[in-house]
Write a protein that binds this ligand. Structure first.
Ligand SMILES: [Zn+2]
Ligand SMILES: [Zn+2]
Length: 79
């Protein structure tokens, strides 16, 4: 566990390796997702559908969502 301060206000996008799909959604276990929300701090993966269903519990402003696993706030709109 690393406790690194989030000092950079710049939104960095972490590119997934080309040609690889996302890990299975933690909620519905769907594999081979063309797109999924991923936590930037841990391996949490959630597909678009589950995110919509769980939105009420994941976000309070529709701008960021909080990872239920590690509590890290992630931005919507990242690709
Ligand atoms: Zn799902
Ligand atoms: Zn996380």
């Amino acid at each position: 566990m690393s406790d690194q301060p989030d000092a950079t206000p710049v939104r960095r996008q972490r590119r997934k390796k080309q040609g690889r799909t996302y890990a299975p959604c933690v909620a519905c276990k769907t594999d081979g997702l063309p797109f999924a929300w991923t936590c930037r701090a841990c391996d949490f993966v959630m597909c678009q559908e589950c995110m919509q269903e769980n939105l009420w519990g994941m976000t309070c402003n529709n701008l960021t969502w909080t990872c239920p696993d590690c509590g890290t706030e992630n931005n919507f709109g990242q690709r």
